[in-house]
Write a protein that binds this ligand. Structure first.
Ligand code: 0R9
Length: 633
């Protein structure tokens, strides 16, 4: 039935009620993303205070009861009586929704925060909130519940007159959020990023939840310079001093740090007003075009490039790690997740600014310039070799019959792309079981033997000519890199199915990195999935049941009653055709996790860590994740 609204049904939502009715409009969503956003929103207030030059320390604590406390040493929220509302400013800031987000835009030269909706939204979506302000020798306090004050602002004590700051504690409302369980790593990663982007700002982070106690402290006086070095910690840099510049033009302040490593990939991170522009945008485009031009010009001028030899963008970015951070007044965010900078004028501004800054840098640092050019020239040579190798593969498949598909592939019979799925399966034995269990019409199986070639450490020619990878690429049909063509995609879902152990995790990371590096559009358009394997097997009598989470295990045991044997599910190889079909392949009962660009970026980072040259961080990662790898996916 279609509901029709007439004028009398439309009620103008007022104030924070609107936020509780449509939380997604204000914080993006009510899942874990929105939950963590609540913390960012509060911390952003403190960061704004740092940008105004009056706050150096922020403390964030996840309390035992799951609430979060954020404390800063800024001026303290104003508490004087607001001339229009006749209430203390602090109460207005926390309880009134303000169009455009911030209460007083004048206070901020440039404001951070993805949604920038302000602390009143956090208050509306919290069961309880408490704000304490230290100013002018007094401590002020007000508490709220679901956005409504529980009492007036009160002076609750005296403070040293040199002390000042704001302390906010909030407990997210479990009636609004699907989860209220904060993830330490997610928050810590964002705090680290904030500190790299705001040189000198210190964030102390603590988790006091029972059994999970931990903490970190972030402060980087070197800012972006330290950021690129940190990003490169798992790689081998080819020059120790990063390229660095900070310039202002037409109201845009840009800071850029670049350091090349011996890796074969590019890692460029863009930020606008401290927001991570995961999808890139005009600032990144401007930097890339300047890089290509400047490096080509330098190479030609110095006779490093032969006549007619021209480096492509990919050549000059091979092995690059770069961070570009912009401060600008009216950023326009576009894209699927609103993390792509859209301001058209920015491209030209950054291009011209970076062209002059990079030219200066190369002229002043000839040995670094030489190292970068020699890297780019070998990329050019590898690209030419890869082209030849690709042509060879193409010719081989054209002559090979069977439509050129790899022999290992058990293809499906339907050619209706929208219906078909490719299962990429770890190992020949699980591959065999999957072949037996599948729906032959719509599900194709490609078994992968052993570990997929390490993409980060191989140049493209080697990666693409390895048998495993060329089989996978041929099966998918689209081609890779410049010749990628989505219209040739042979399956609408590409599903990675690996064991839930460390090896499986490894192969999954490798495959995601491969897709991210060579066929990113597959991920962007939602074609890549991971099959979630069950966590436990329950045996009652002669019947087996599979469950995916600890909660489901408890529920199922209760439901079954009596004597049951529970075992940790070890690998796909444990199941027969029918069981594999029921648990991981039947579209009606299976669980798939769709891979997002963020997942791929995370895999890419994990990958560098696992494959890079730095041993200590790799060992730490494996130790930290050994158990997680068994439980996750
Ligand atoms: C722990 C989280 N911190 C905050 O939420 C926080 C907000 C805030 C703030 C100011 C200083 N510190 C803060 N911490 C502030 C003070 C003054 C001017 N601008 C900002 C001042 O003393 O003149 N404010 C956030 C919003 C506002 N203040 C206001 F301007 F809207 F009032």
């Amino acid at each position: 039935m279609v509901t029709k609204y007439s004028a009398k049904d439309i009620r103008v939502l007022e104030g924070l009620e609107a936020v509780r009715k449509r939380p997604g409009m204000y914080i993006g969503s009510t899942d874990r993303y929105g939950l963590h956003h609540m913390v960012y929103e509060v911390v952003d207030n403190s960061v704004d205070e740092h940008m105004a030059g009056v706050c150096n320390n922020i403390k964030v604590v996840i309390n035992k009861d799951g609430s979060v406390t954020v404390e800063d040493d800024g001026r303290g929220m104003p508490v004087d009586i607001h001339p229009v509302y006749k209430r203390p400013a602090m109460e207005i800031i926390v309880t009134k929704l303000h169009a455009g987000g911030k209460f007083d835009n004048k206070a901020y030269a440039v404001s951070g925060g993805l949604h920038g909706v302000g602390i009143s939204v956090v208050s509306a979506l919290s069961k309880e909130m408490r704000v304490e302000v230290v100013r002018d020798g007094k401590i002020y306090l007000q508490s709220y519940s679901r956005g409504k004050p529980k009492s007036d602002v009160k002076v609750v004590g005296k403070a040293d007159s040199s002390k000042h700051g704001t302390k906010v504690t909030f407990l997210p409302d479990d009636e609004i959020f699907s989860t209220v369980d904060f993830d330490y790593k997610t928050l810590a990663t964002r705090f680290r990023e904030i500190c790299f982007l705001n040189a000198g700002l210190k964030i102390v982070f603590k988790d006091l939840r029972g059994g999970k106690e931990r903490g970190d402290s972030f402060c980087y006086n070197g800012g972006l310079l330290e950021f690129v070095k940190w990003l490169n910690k798992t790689r081998k840099p080819i020059h120790s001093k990063p390229i660095y510049f900070k310039r202002e033009e037409s109201g845009v302040v840009a800071e850029v740090a670049i350091q090349y490593s011996d890796s074969f990939n590019e890692h460029i991170q863009g930020f606008v007003n401290t927001i991570n522009t995961v999808e890139g945008g005009t600032h990144v485009a401007g930097l890339k075009s300047a890089l290509t031009r400047v490096i080509n010009d330098y190479g030609t001028r110095r006779g490093i490039l032969k006549k007619g030899q021209k480096l492509t963008g990919d050549d000059v970015r091979e092995g690059i790690t770069a961070v570009i951070s912009l401060k600008l007044k009216n950023p326009q965010f576009e894209g699927q997740t609103k993390t792509k900078l859209g301001n058209g004028e920015v491209k030209g501004i950054i291009d011209s600014m970076a062209t002059s800054a990079l030219t200066d840098f190369l002229e002043e640092n000839p040995s670094i310039a030489k190292a970068i050019l020699s890297k780019a020239v070998s990329a050019l040579k590898a690209r030419e070799a890869a082209k030849k190798a690709k042509e060879l593969v193409r010719r081989k498949t054209a002559l090979g019959g069977g439509g050129g598909l790899p022999g290992k592939l058990a293809d499906c019979s339907s050619r209706k792309m929208e219906l078909t799925e490719l299962y990429v399966v770890e190992g020949d034995s699980a591959g065999g079981t999957a072949k037996g269990g599948r729906d032959r019409e719509t599900q194709a199986i490609l078994p992968l033997r052993g570990k997929v070639l390490n993409v980060e450490k191989s140049n493209p020619a080697k990666a693409l000519s390895s048998e495993q990878i060329s089989n996978l690429i041929t099966a998918i049909g689209t081609g890779v890199g410049d010749s990628f063509d989505i219209s040739k995609l042979r399956y609408s879902k590409i599903i990675i199915m690996t064991d839930a152990d460390v090896d499986g995790q490894h192969i999954k990371t490798l495959l995601l990195t491969l897709f991210y590096r060579y066929m990113p559009q597959l991920i962007e358009e939602g074609h890549v999935f991971v099959a979630v394997a069950p966590l436990y097997k329950i045996r009652k009598g002669s019947k087996d049941y599979y469950v995916y989470t600890n909660d489901e295990l408890k529920k199922k045991l209760k439901e079954l009653g009596g004597k049951c044997e529970v075992s940790r599910f070890k690998g796909l190889g444990e199941m027969n055709d029918e069981q594999l079909w029921e648990t991981t392949m039947n579209p009606k009962t299976r669980r798939l996790k769709q891979i997002t660009v963020e997942d791929a970026v995370e895999a890419d980072e994990t990958f560098s860590l696992l494959m890079g040259d730095a041993v200590a961080p790799r060992r730490q990662f494996i130790e930290e994740n050994a158990e997680a790898a068994e439980v996750d996916l």
